[in-house]
Each structure stands twice: as structure tokens, then as C-alpha cells.
Design a protein around this ligand. Structure first.
Ligand code: FAD
Length: 340
């Protein structure tokens, strides 16, 4: 069986790596295109096991459990275990907490308001806000993990095609920018934010996949000992980024941009600074910002999905701003599904 994966972001390379592990007999080709800025290279890399969205809860917990249990993955991804706090309104879903406790016993705890505002630097929280604290969580470098997995695939004999895919034919063969054709039985498009355009160019349905901008800014700010956090109630998220600096971001509302037309949303940087001031009672100094696009989908996040009806073409994308924390488990599931 010949499987072609289009795209060498975190999704594509992990899928290739899983396939190699599960089916060494598969002839694997990665159509990578030239190196360029992508979601994997820009990602903040926050990872945790607790995930309130039911569609991603299992994937996040499984991925975190595999990461902490694997010295190789921890090293390849430069994983930093600094803990994570997730703020939400009302009551944390008991099932989601149990799922984390099952795979990482002793890692997760519920925090009430006094714990959030005395032990942690949160200020001005609404009365119904609670926290989920995780010990086995933190951040990693998706770019480094991708590069290490790519190197391993090269050592393992996978084939590489450095020209970009231009069109996928109904039989799964891939026509590339250098005029050649990569023949295969199955092709998986894992081209992140470029996926909708490639599907359209191939006459395939886009099936709800679309792009959304994500950006964060590095601030000089004093929050010593504070780990990664996501505040679902305000949208603010962040993590330390070296002594005296912190990355902070808020959701961005730029949908359906082309990766080639990406521009920094400066008004958003100002809103983030304002929110940080309010939330932590500090005066942050604005540093550099990072902006990129990810491929979003309404349901399910990073998954293998059929594209068209021929049975030869799939997509493996839809990270929706969160696939650094689900990609390990999602790629294993996708590879198992392809093996079947
Ligand atoms: C700014 C930012 C911050 C993020 N922070 C977090 C976080 O803190 N925690 C978290 O869990 N997730 C985070 N994410 C989400 C996560 O990083 C992404 O979901 C994940 O990296 C997406 O990987 P991907 O492989 O699907 O896409 P990409 O990394 O974009 O890779 C797609 C690849 O396909 C290639 N490609 C495109 N077109 C073609 C073609 N025609 N032929 C061949 N190759 C092609 C591209 O060059 C690219 O390398 C963040 C994302 C962004 C953008």
C-alpha cells in the first residue's frame, strides 16, 4: 500500500510517524512543499490533559499521558512541565476531571476563588469562576517535535517530495508544483491552513474547513512562579517565556484569511495588554508578536476525514488552535483508521 501525506506540519509528520510504526510495509511519501512559516512553527505549545470540549477531552488526556511517559517525546519536544490552570465558569465537568485522574493520577485538582486569587495572581474574577489546576502540564515546542519526527522519518526510509502539491486527482495521485505526479493508493491532506484551497483546486468539498488567525504577544511582566493558564471566561491565555517575560493572547476574529495575506492584528495586541493589566494588576511592556493561521472546523478538531467519495483521499487537519495538545493521540487514531 502506498500512502502519501501532503504537508509536514505537526499533523502530517506525526501521522507519517505513526503509520511507519504501525505498518512498516506501507510505502510512505511526504509531499512537504518548501519550508515556510506555518502553525507548527508559530505555536505557543501549551499542553494539558484537561479539556472541557467533549470532542477533544480523550485526545488531550491520552496525548499528555503519552508525552509524560515517553523520555523520547519529552526530549524531542523540549517539554517543560510548569503546570497549568484552566479557569471556567460554574462547575468543572466531573467526567473530564476523572478522565485526567485516570491517566495521570494526582495531577489534577479543583481550585476555588480564594486559591485562585491568593496562591495565584488572578484578580477581579467573577464569583462563579473556578479553576482546574494540573501538575503534569506545561508547554512544548511543536516546531522542534516536528523537526525531530521528520528526521526520524528520513532515517526510517520515508520518501520525500519537496515541491508543493497543486492538485489531488480522484485516484489519490498528487500533482506537484515541479510537474511530477506522486502515485499512491491513499492520500491524506494535512496541509493545515492551506487545506481548504488545495481541496478546492482539486475539485473536492471543503466540508466546513476554514482558516482562523491566532496571535500572541510577548510581554515583559513580573509574574514569578506562575505557569501556563487558559481563562475560558475572558479568552486570555498565556505562559512564561523566559525570565520576566510571558506570552499572552486573546482569541482573534480574523476568519478565512489566506496564509499569504496574513497581517498582525495590532488592535488585538492593545486589547491583550489591557486584559493582562486588569486580570493580574500588573503593567506589562509590549514586546514582539507572533501571528499565524490554523485550520478550523466546527466539530472534532484534528481528525481523519474522508474528502470526496472515492475512498482514496482524506484530510487530517482541523487543529482549531489546539492540536499541539491532541496531535499525539489524534495521529495514532488516524493511522489505525488508515491501517484498517
Ligand atoms: C499562533 C498559534 C499558536 C498556537 N498555540 C497553541 C497552543 O498553545 N496549544 C495548542 O495545543 N495548540 C496551539 N496551536 C495550534 C497548533 O499549533 C496547530 O493546530 C498545529 O500546529 C497545526 O498543525 P498542522 O500540521 O495541521 O498545520 P501546519 O503546522 O500549518 O502545517 C501545514 C503544513 O502543510 C504545508 N503545506 C501547505 N500547503 C502545501 C502543499 N500544497 N503541498 C505540500 N505542503 C503544503 C505547509 O507548508 C505546512 O508546513 C497554535 C496555533 C497557532 C497558529
Amino acid at each position: 500500500m502506498r500512502i502519501t501525506v501532503v504537508g509536514a506540519g505537526l499533523a502530517g509528520v506525526l501521522l507519517g510517524w505513526r503509520l511507519r510504526g504501525l505498518r512498516p510495509d506501507v510505502q510512505l511519501t511526504l509531499v512537504t512543499g518548501p519550508p515556510r512559516p506555518d502553525a507548527t512553527g508559530s505555536s505557543g505549545g501549551l499542553v494539558r490533559a484537561f479539556e472541557p470540549a467533549p470532542s477533544n477531552a480523550e485526545l488531550a488526556a491520552e496525548s499528555m499521558a503519552e508525552l509524560v511517559a515517553s523520555p523520547v517525546l519529552r526530549r524531542w519536544s523540549a517539554y517543560r512541565e510548569i503546570g497549568s490552570t484552566y479557569l471556567l465558569r460554574g462547575v468543572a465537568d466531573a467526567g473530564a476531571l476523572r478522565r485526567v485522574e485516570n491517566v495521570l493520577p494526582g495531577s489534577v485538582a479543583l481550585l476555588d476563588q480564594p486559591a485562585l486569587t491568593s496562591g495565584l495572581p488572578f484578580r477581579q474574577l467573577d464569583r462563579d469562576v473556578v479553576g482546574v489546576a494540573e501538575r503534569r502540564a506545561g508547554f512544548l515546542s511543536p516546531r522542534r517535535l516536528r523537526d525531530r519526527v521528520l528526521a526520524d522519518l528520513r532515517r526510517g526510509g520515508a520518501r520525500f517530495h519537496a515541491a508543493p502539491a497543486r492538485r489531488i486527482a480522484p485516484d489519490g495521485s498528487v500533482h506537484t508544483g515541479d510537474g511530477s505526479t506522486v502515485a499512491g493508493d491513499v492520500t491524506v491532506v494535512a496541509a493545515g491552513a492551506w487545506t481548504p484551497a488545495l481541496l478546492t483546486a482539486s475539485g473536492l468539498p471543503v466540508s466546513g474547513l476554514r482558516t482562523k488567525q491566532i496571535q500572541y504577544t510577548r510581554f515583559t511582566v513580573d509574574l514569578p512562579g506562575f505557569g501556563a493558564f487558559v481563562d475560558e471566561t475572558t479568552g486570555l491565555y498565556g505562559r512564561p517565556a523566559g525570565t520576566g517575560t510571558f506570552l499572552f493572547g486573546l482569541p482573534c476574529d480574523n476568519w478565512n484569511e489566506s496564509p499569504e495575506a496574513l497581517a498582525l492584528d495590532r488592535a488585538l495586541v492593545t486589547r491583550v495588554a489591557r486584559r493582562v493589566r486588569r486580570q493580574f494588576g500588573v503593567d506589562p511592556v509590549v514586546g514582539d508578536s507572533t501571528a499565524s493561521l490554523d485550520c478550523y472546523v466546527d466539530e472534532g478538531g484534528l481528525r481523519l476525514r474522508p474528502a470526496g467519495a472515492t475512498g482514496h483521499i482524506y484530510t487530517f487537519t482541523g487543529g482549531s488552535g489546539g492540536a499541539a495538545k491532541t496531535a499525539l493521540a489524534a495521529s495514532r487514531r488516524a493511522a489505525l483508521a488508515l491501517r484498517a
